[in-house]
Design a protein around this ligand. Structure first.
Ligand SMILES: C[S@@+](CC[C@H](N)C(=O)[O-])C[C@H]1O[C@@H](n2cnc3c(N)ncnc32)[C@H](O)[C@@H]1O
Length: 254
Protein backbone atom coordinates (compact mmCIF):
# COMPACT_ATOMS: atom_id res chain seq x y z
CA UNK A 1 0.00 0.00 0.00
CA UNK A 2 1.29 3.46 -0.89
CA UNK A 3 0.72 6.23 1.61
CA UNK A 4 -0.55 9.73 0.69
CA UNK A 5 -1.95 8.24 -2.48
CA UNK A 6 -5.30 8.26 -4.25
CA UNK A 7 -6.18 5.00 -6.00
CA UNK A 8 -8.51 4.82 -9.01
CA UNK A 9 -10.45 1.55 -9.07
CA UNK A 10 -12.76 -0.81 -7.24
CA UNK A 11 -11.97 -0.78 -3.53
CA UNK A 12 -12.83 -4.48 -3.28
CA UNK A 13 -9.84 -5.46 -5.43
CA UNK A 14 -7.52 -2.71 -4.20
CA UNK A 15 -8.08 -3.44 -0.50
CA UNK A 16 -7.28 -7.13 -1.09
CA UNK A 17 -3.72 -6.03 -1.94
CA UNK A 18 -3.30 -4.15 1.35
CA UNK A 19 -1.59 -5.96 4.25
CA UNK A 20 -3.30 -6.64 7.57
CA UNK A 21 -3.43 -3.76 10.08
CA UNK A 22 -1.88 -1.12 7.83
CA UNK A 23 -4.13 1.90 8.55
CA UNK A 24 -4.82 3.66 11.86
CA UNK A 25 -8.34 4.87 11.17
CA UNK A 26 -11.08 4.52 8.55
CA UNK A 27 -13.51 7.34 7.83
CA UNK A 28 -15.83 6.63 4.94
CA UNK A 29 -19.15 7.31 3.30
CA UNK A 30 -20.15 4.19 1.42
CA UNK A 31 -22.99 3.71 -1.06
CA UNK A 32 -26.17 2.48 0.60
CA UNK A 33 -29.65 1.37 -0.34
CA UNK A 34 -32.04 4.01 -1.57
CA UNK A 35 -35.79 3.83 -1.24
CA UNK A 36 -36.80 4.27 -4.84
CA UNK A 37 -36.86 2.14 -7.95
CA UNK A 38 -36.31 3.06 -11.61
CA UNK A 39 -35.82 6.70 -10.66
CA UNK A 40 -39.34 7.15 -9.32
CA UNK A 41 -39.98 7.53 -5.66
CA UNK A 42 -42.03 4.87 -3.83
CA UNK A 43 -43.50 5.68 -0.47
CA UNK A 44 -41.74 3.75 2.25
CA UNK A 45 -44.92 3.98 4.29
CA UNK A 46 -46.66 1.73 1.76
CA UNK A 47 -44.21 -1.08 2.47
CA UNK A 48 -44.50 -3.34 5.51
CA UNK A 49 -40.77 -3.32 5.97
CA UNK A 50 -38.34 -0.96 4.31
CA UNK A 51 -36.13 -2.84 1.86
CA UNK A 52 -34.47 -0.27 -0.38
CA UNK A 53 -32.36 -0.98 -3.43
CA UNK A 54 -28.75 -0.77 -4.42
CA UNK A 55 -28.99 1.09 -7.69
CA UNK A 56 -26.14 1.29 -10.16
CA UNK A 57 -26.33 4.16 -12.62
CA UNK A 58 -28.88 6.01 -10.54
CA UNK A 59 -28.70 9.55 -11.86
CA UNK A 60 -30.10 11.09 -8.71
CA UNK A 61 -27.28 9.79 -6.53
CA UNK A 62 -24.06 8.18 -7.69
CA UNK A 63 -23.32 6.14 -10.78
CA UNK A 64 -21.66 3.47 -8.64
CA UNK A 65 -24.10 2.63 -5.91
CA UNK A 66 -24.33 -1.14 -6.02
CA UNK A 67 -21.89 -2.44 -3.41
CA UNK A 68 -23.23 -4.15 -0.28
CA UNK A 69 -21.91 -3.40 3.25
CA UNK A 70 -21.05 -7.10 3.58
CA UNK A 71 -18.83 -6.88 0.45
CA UNK A 72 -16.34 -4.38 1.86
CA UNK A 73 -16.59 -4.51 5.67
CA UNK A 74 -14.49 -7.72 6.14
CA UNK A 75 -11.45 -6.18 4.43
CA UNK A 76 -11.99 -2.86 6.20
CA UNK A 77 -11.69 -4.72 9.51
CA UNK A 78 -8.67 -6.75 8.38
CA UNK A 79 -6.59 -3.78 7.20
CA UNK A 80 -7.33 -1.56 10.20
CA UNK A 81 -5.11 -1.50 13.28
CA UNK A 82 -6.87 -1.30 16.63
CA UNK A 83 -8.61 2.07 16.51
CA UNK A 84 -11.61 4.08 15.39
CA UNK A 85 -13.89 3.56 12.40
CA UNK A 86 -16.50 6.09 11.23
CA UNK A 87 -19.08 5.67 8.48
CA UNK A 88 -21.74 8.12 7.31
CA UNK A 89 -25.11 6.45 6.84
CA UNK A 90 -28.74 7.51 6.57
CA UNK A 91 -31.55 6.65 8.98
CA UNK A 92 -32.96 3.77 6.90
CA UNK A 93 -29.61 1.95 6.62
CA UNK A 94 -28.37 2.58 10.17
CA UNK A 95 -29.61 -0.67 11.69
CA UNK A 96 -28.40 -2.85 8.81
CA UNK A 97 -25.00 -1.13 8.72
CA UNK A 98 -24.38 -1.67 12.44
CA UNK A 99 -25.44 -5.32 12.16
CA UNK A 100 -23.08 -6.01 9.27
CA UNK A 101 -20.17 -4.14 10.90
CA UNK A 102 -20.65 -6.06 14.16
CA UNK A 103 -20.63 -9.34 12.24
CA UNK A 104 -17.06 -8.68 11.07
CA UNK A 105 -15.85 -7.63 14.54
CA UNK A 106 -16.36 -3.86 14.87
CA UNK A 107 -17.91 -2.70 18.15
CA UNK A 108 -20.27 0.24 18.44
CA UNK A 109 -19.05 3.30 20.36
CA UNK A 110 -21.70 5.86 19.48
CA UNK A 111 -23.96 7.23 16.78
CA UNK A 112 -23.09 10.82 15.97
CA UNK A 113 -25.75 13.10 14.53
CA UNK A 114 -24.88 15.71 11.94
CA UNK A 115 -27.49 18.47 12.14
CA UNK A 116 -27.59 20.29 8.83
CA UNK A 117 -28.90 23.77 8.11
CA UNK A 118 -31.18 22.50 5.31
CA UNK A 119 -34.28 20.32 5.59
CA UNK A 120 -35.69 17.74 3.18
CA UNK A 121 -39.51 17.74 3.09
CA UNK A 122 -40.98 14.57 4.60
CA UNK A 123 -44.45 13.72 5.89
CA UNK A 124 -42.94 11.86 8.86
CA UNK A 125 -40.86 14.75 10.25
CA UNK A 126 -38.69 16.79 7.93
CA UNK A 127 -35.17 15.46 7.59
CA UNK A 128 -32.30 17.67 8.65
CA UNK A 129 -29.86 15.11 10.06
CA UNK A 130 -27.41 12.50 8.87
CA UNK A 131 -25.75 9.88 11.00
CA UNK A 132 -22.15 8.87 11.52
CA UNK A 133 -21.69 5.42 13.02
CA UNK A 134 -18.67 5.49 15.32
CA UNK A 135 -17.15 2.06 15.97
CA UNK A 136 -13.90 0.57 17.14
CA UNK A 137 -11.64 -2.34 16.43
CA UNK A 138 -10.05 -3.82 19.53
CA UNK A 139 -9.69 -2.10 22.88
CA UNK A 140 -11.73 1.02 23.64
CA UNK A 141 -9.60 4.15 23.36
CA UNK A 142 -11.02 7.58 24.26
CA UNK A 143 -11.22 10.35 21.67
CA UNK A 144 -8.69 13.21 21.98
CA UNK A 145 -11.20 15.98 22.78
CA UNK A 146 -13.27 14.75 25.69
CA UNK A 147 -15.53 17.83 25.39
CA UNK A 148 -16.78 16.84 21.95
CA UNK A 149 -20.47 15.96 21.91
CA UNK A 150 -22.65 13.66 19.84
CA UNK A 151 -24.51 16.42 18.02
CA UNK A 152 -22.43 18.02 15.28
CA UNK A 153 -23.90 21.19 13.84
CA UNK A 154 -22.49 22.07 10.47
CA UNK A 155 -23.75 23.81 7.35
CA UNK A 156 -24.25 21.51 4.38
CA UNK A 157 -22.53 22.42 1.12
CA UNK A 158 -24.82 23.80 -1.53
CA UNK A 159 -24.90 24.62 -5.23
CA UNK A 160 -21.54 25.26 -6.81
CA UNK A 161 -19.67 24.53 -3.58
CA UNK A 162 -20.42 20.86 -4.22
CA UNK A 163 -18.07 19.04 -6.53
CA UNK A 164 -19.73 15.69 -5.75
CA UNK A 165 -23.45 14.96 -5.21
CA UNK A 166 -22.90 13.68 -1.66
CA UNK A 167 -19.83 15.71 -0.67
CA UNK A 168 -19.28 16.00 3.08
CA UNK A 169 -18.03 19.14 4.88
CA UNK A 170 -14.31 19.27 5.62
CA UNK A 171 -14.99 20.70 9.10
CA UNK A 172 -16.77 17.53 10.27
CA UNK A 173 -14.07 15.28 8.87
CA UNK A 174 -11.30 17.33 10.47
CA UNK A 175 -13.04 17.03 13.82
CA UNK A 176 -13.30 13.22 13.52
CA UNK A 177 -9.66 12.93 12.40
CA UNK A 178 -8.35 15.12 15.22
CA UNK A 179 -10.36 13.17 17.76
CA UNK A 180 -9.34 9.70 16.63
CA UNK A 181 -5.79 9.97 15.30
CA UNK A 182 -2.45 11.58 16.00
CA UNK A 183 -0.10 13.44 13.63
CA UNK A 184 1.29 11.20 10.86
CA UNK A 185 -1.30 8.45 11.44
CA UNK A 186 -2.79 6.95 8.27
CA UNK A 187 -6.48 7.57 7.50
CA UNK A 188 -8.25 5.49 4.81
CA UNK A 189 -11.39 6.33 2.85
CA UNK A 190 -12.21 3.55 0.38
CA UNK A 191 -15.22 5.47 -1.04
CA UNK A 192 -13.55 8.84 -1.20
CA UNK A 193 -15.77 10.53 -3.83
CA UNK A 194 -14.35 14.05 -4.18
CA UNK A 195 -11.62 13.22 -1.66
CA UNK A 196 -12.98 15.15 1.36
CA UNK A 197 -11.56 12.72 3.96
CA UNK A 198 -8.12 12.75 2.29
CA UNK A 199 -8.12 16.53 2.09
CA UNK A 200 -9.12 16.85 5.74
CA UNK A 201 -6.39 14.36 6.69
CA UNK A 202 -3.84 16.44 4.85
CA UNK A 203 -5.05 19.62 6.54
CA UNK A 204 -4.65 17.88 9.92
CA UNK A 205 -1.12 16.66 9.10
CA UNK A 206 -2.19 13.05 8.84
CA UNK A 207 -1.35 10.61 6.05
CA UNK A 208 -4.15 9.52 3.75
CA UNK A 209 -5.11 6.71 1.39
CA UNK A 210 -8.17 7.22 -0.81
CA UNK A 211 -9.92 4.91 -3.28
CA UNK A 212 -12.55 5.90 -5.85
CA UNK A 213 -14.03 3.88 -8.71
CA UNK A 214 -15.41 6.77 -10.76
CA UNK A 215 -12.89 8.57 -12.96
CA UNK A 216 -14.66 11.92 -12.78
CA UNK A 217 -14.78 11.89 -8.96
CA UNK A 218 -11.21 10.60 -8.82
CA UNK A 219 -10.06 13.55 -10.90
CA UNK A 220 -12.01 15.97 -8.65
CA UNK A 221 -10.32 14.45 -5.60
CA UNK A 222 -6.86 14.70 -7.19
CA UNK A 223 -7.47 18.35 -8.08
CA UNK A 224 -8.68 19.21 -4.59
CA UNK A 225 -5.62 17.65 -2.97
CA UNK A 226 -3.28 19.33 -5.44
CA UNK A 227 -4.93 22.73 -5.04
CA UNK A 228 -4.59 22.39 -1.31
CA UNK A 229 -1.00 21.25 -1.60
CA UNK A 230 0.03 24.17 -3.73
CA UNK A 231 -1.65 26.58 -1.34
CA UNK A 232 -4.62 27.66 -3.46
CA UNK A 233 -7.69 29.01 -1.72
CA UNK A 234 -9.96 26.32 -0.32
CA UNK A 235 -13.68 26.79 0.18
CA UNK A 236 -13.49 27.38 3.91
CA UNK A 237 -9.79 27.46 4.70
CA UNK A 238 -6.49 28.80 3.56
CA UNK A 239 -3.52 26.70 4.49
CA UNK A 240 -0.23 26.11 2.77
CA UNK A 241 0.89 22.57 3.06
CA UNK A 242 4.04 20.67 2.16
CA UNK A 243 3.87 18.50 -0.95
CA UNK A 244 4.55 14.79 -0.70
CA UNK A 245 6.65 13.06 -3.40
CA UNK A 246 3.48 11.52 -4.87
CA UNK A 247 1.85 14.95 -5.17
CA UNK A 248 4.98 16.56 -6.60
CA UNK A 249 5.10 13.80 -9.24
CA UNK A 250 1.49 14.36 -10.30
CA UNK A 251 2.01 18.11 -10.60
CA UNK A 252 5.16 17.63 -12.67
CA UNK A 253 3.33 15.30 -15.07
CA UNK A 254 0.67 17.96 -15.82
C1 LIG B 1 -21.29 8.68 -0.88
S1 LIG B 1 -20.01 8.93 -2.03
C2 LIG B 1 -18.68 9.62 -1.10
C3 LIG B 1 -18.65 11.13 -1.14
C4 LIG B 1 -17.51 11.70 -0.32
N1 LIG B 1 -17.73 11.54 1.09
C5 LIG B 1 -17.24 13.17 -0.62
O1 LIG B 1 -17.19 13.99 0.33
O2 LIG B 1 -17.07 13.53 -1.80
C6 LIG B 1 -19.49 7.28 -2.33
C7 LIG B 1 -18.47 7.14 -3.44
O3 LIG B 1 -18.08 5.77 -3.52
C8 LIG B 1 -17.76 5.49 -4.87
N2 LIG B 1 -17.80 4.02 -5.04
C9 LIG B 1 -18.88 3.22 -5.19
N3 LIG B 1 -18.52 1.94 -5.30
C10 LIG B 1 -17.17 1.91 -5.20
C11 LIG B 1 -16.20 0.86 -5.20
N4 LIG B 1 -16.56 -0.41 -5.37
N5 LIG B 1 -14.89 1.18 -5.04
C12 LIG B 1 -14.51 2.48 -4.87
N6 LIG B 1 -15.39 3.53 -4.88
C13 LIG B 1 -16.69 3.24 -5.02
C14 LIG B 1 -18.81 6.25 -5.66
O4 LIG B 1 -18.39 6.49 -6.99
C15 LIG B 1 -18.95 7.53 -4.84
O5 LIG B 1 -18.15 8.58 -5.34
Amino acid sequence: MEIDKLYLGNCLGIMKEFPNECVDCIITDSPFKLNYTSGSQTSSAKQDKWQGNLIAGDKTANIHNDIKFSDWLPDAFRIMKEGHFYSFVNDKNLHHFINEAEKVGFLLHNILVWKKNNKTPNRWYMKNCEFIVFMRKGRAKPINNLNASQLLECRNLSGKEKEHPTQKPIEILEMLIENSTNESDIVLDMFMGSGSTCLASKLCNRKYVGIEIDEKHFSTATNRIMNCAIGKKLKFKMKTIELTDYERNIIQKR
